[in-house]
Design a protein around this ligand. Structure first.
Ligand code: ZN
Length: 69
């Protein structure tokens, strides 16, 4: 039995990776979560997911309001 060459055959690939579903994956810099977008879309710059983006905006607004006083 040769166990060393068991990784060569791509018979059972990861279920998340499908050849039919074309999407671009990017990783959120803030929470590290994987986001998927369509190929004709572009990942935001900086790569921050909508949830973290909203949090960042809320935080920035709070900071602005706090600094304005
Ligand atoms: Zn995030």
């Amino acid at each position: 039995m040769t166990h060393g060459s068991s990784n060569i055959q791509p018979t059972s690939d990861l279920p998340m990776r499908s050849a039919t579903w074309r999407s671009i994956q990017w990783i959120c810099l803030v929470c590290g979560g994987a986001e998927e977008i369509a190929p004709d879309e572009e990942a935001p710059t900086p790569p921050v997911c909508p949830t973290c983006h909203r949090l960042a905006v809320a935080e920035a607004l709070a900071g602005l309001l706090g600094a304005r006083r």
